[in-house]
Design a protein around this ligand. Structure first.
Ligand SMILES: *Cc1c(COP(=O)(O)O)cnc(C)c1O
Length: 432
């Protein structure tokens, strides 16, 4: 559920008219709903209610400082994948002691920084990495808290680029050798074994892969608790969101109207499914949601520049490109597209390709999709753009990064101004 809806025939985020924001701040623009983010966090927290648990928001999904600050205020911990993300958490007022550090390629500088800041745990992805963390910690005269990421070899049934829990993926340590890895790590002088972690993939829309993974790994967590006194078991993130239909799924009525077998996974079902298995471990349970918290809490606004009628197709060319939102090009991601002005009964529908200005054939937001007509000059919204949207934006084609705006009730605040050409050029000009 989320707080984007039509009101007085105009698309709103909470109480703010998005057309007003597009006029005032220009396009492309990312707009996030603070109350949607809070609501998602609280619903997950409540759903996990009766077990000892912690939420480690996956910073990589949306790392704007103001978004992180919102989650700091909710009491969230953070799952980070770089020293840069740790810096962001600290700048946002977050507690390094509630951070877990994931990723297959941690550098010496990042490990030293994380040890200095006393993070909660390194989630290590190989024995080689643990050996290196041991060396660095030894040089600093400290003990490093470590968990291994286990690769449970289950099929998450999601897009191949966001599936991470199969043996052929680069992530984690194979289930078959994980106990030996713990035994060897336990012998290292500067390592404290603190937990066990897994993360099988992203945008999972059914419960079954989660259950399969948790049932397979929970007994291992138990064993490791007995042998090494580990204190937590992190089950990762990956809970999917509704990309289609995104707008309708904002309302509770949509969810109650879905037939049981077609109903997308809710956070309550997710918790109800995994909690009974996890309870038996007696460990502190961590979850690392990214997309679930912020995905449907953001949209990207863009304006139509031209309509181009080719012999085979109609193109609507907009002022946002794949450099601003790469999900469709990178992993065939779907974003619903709606005009800011609510389509009426008289609005026609045309099958169109919505494309950006970037010089790549992959620079499209949809192909042959039936959309309500909108004309050059009109602004539209790409929904469900709060996760893996702005964070993946680049300066390709020398295009500045879009503005980011956070809406809270009737307030709208620019939380990152649009990047100017002067910003982009400064360091290069200095080198001329
Ligand atoms: C990306 C990532 C997450 C978050 O995934 P979502 O699908 O956005 O919930 C959690 N844990 C790890 C280790 C990750 O790499």
């Amino acid at each position: 559920m989320h707080s984007f809806h039509y009101q007085n025939a105009s698309l709103h985020c909470e109480d703010v008219d998005l057309a007003t924001l597009a006029d005032a701040h220009g396009t492309p623009a990312y707009v996030y709903s603070a109350n949607t983010i809070r609501d998602h966090y609280r619903r997950l927290d409540q759903a996990l209610g009766d077990i000892d648990h912690g939420i480690e928001y996956a910073v990589k999904a949306n790392s704007n400082l103001s978004v992180l600050k919102l989650l700091v205020e909710e009491g969230s911990g953070f799952d980070i994948v770089s020293g840069g993300e740790l810096r962001r958490v600290i700048e946002a007022g977050g507690d390094a002691g509630k951070c877990t550090f994931a990723g297959v390629g941690k550098t010496r500088e990042e490990i030293e920084y994380a040890l200095r800041e006393q993070i909660y745990c390194f989630n290590a992805e190989s024995e080689e990495e643990v050996a290196f963390i041991n060396t660095v910690a030894g040089e600093m005269g400290v003990k490093a808290p470590v968990a291994f990421r286990v690769n449970p070899n289950v099929d998450a049934k999601t897009h191949k680029y966001i599936s991470t829990g199969k043996s052929e993926n680069k992530f984690g340590v194979d289930f078959e050798v994980i106990e030996d890895a713990y035994a060897r790590a336990a012998a290292l002088p500067n390592i404290t074994l603190r937990g066990l972690q897994m993360h099988i993939g992203s945008q999972l829309t059914s419960l079954q892969p989660f259950i399969e993974a948790v049932e397979k790994v929970a007994p291992l967590a138990n064993k490791l608790k007995e042998s090494y006194g580990i204190e937590f078991f992190s089950i990762g993130g990956g809970v999917g969101i509704v990309y289609d239909p995104a707008l309708e799924s904002g309302k509770p009525e949509w969810w109650s109207g879905q037939e049981e077998e077609h109903k997308p996974l809710t956070i309550e079902q997710y918790a109800a499914g995994v909690v009974p298995v996890l309870k038996k471990t007696g460990l502190k349970i961590l979850v690392e949601p990214g997309r679930y918290i912020v995905g449907n809490a953001g949209v990207m606004l863009t304006r139509c520049l031209y309509e181009k009628k080719g012999s085979a197709k109609t193109f609507r060319i907009v002022d946002a490109g794949m450099n601003d939102l790469i999900r469709p090009a990178l992993y065939e991601g779907h974003h619903d597209i709606v005009p800011l002005k609510e389509p009426g009964a008289e609005t026609g529908v045309t099958a169109v390709d919505v494309v950006g200005p970037v010089c790549e054939t992959g620079d499209f937001f949809c192909q042959n999709r039936e959309l309500p007509n909108f004309a050059p000059g009109e602004a539209i919204a790409l929904l469900s753009a709060g996760a893996y949207g702005f964070v993946m934006a680049s300066n390709y084609n020398s295009r500045g990064l879009p503005v980011e705006i956070l809406v809270d009730g009737s307030e709208a605040k620019v939380i990152r101004p649009r990047q100017t050409m002067d910003d982009i050029l400064a360091s290069e000009k200095a080198a001329l």
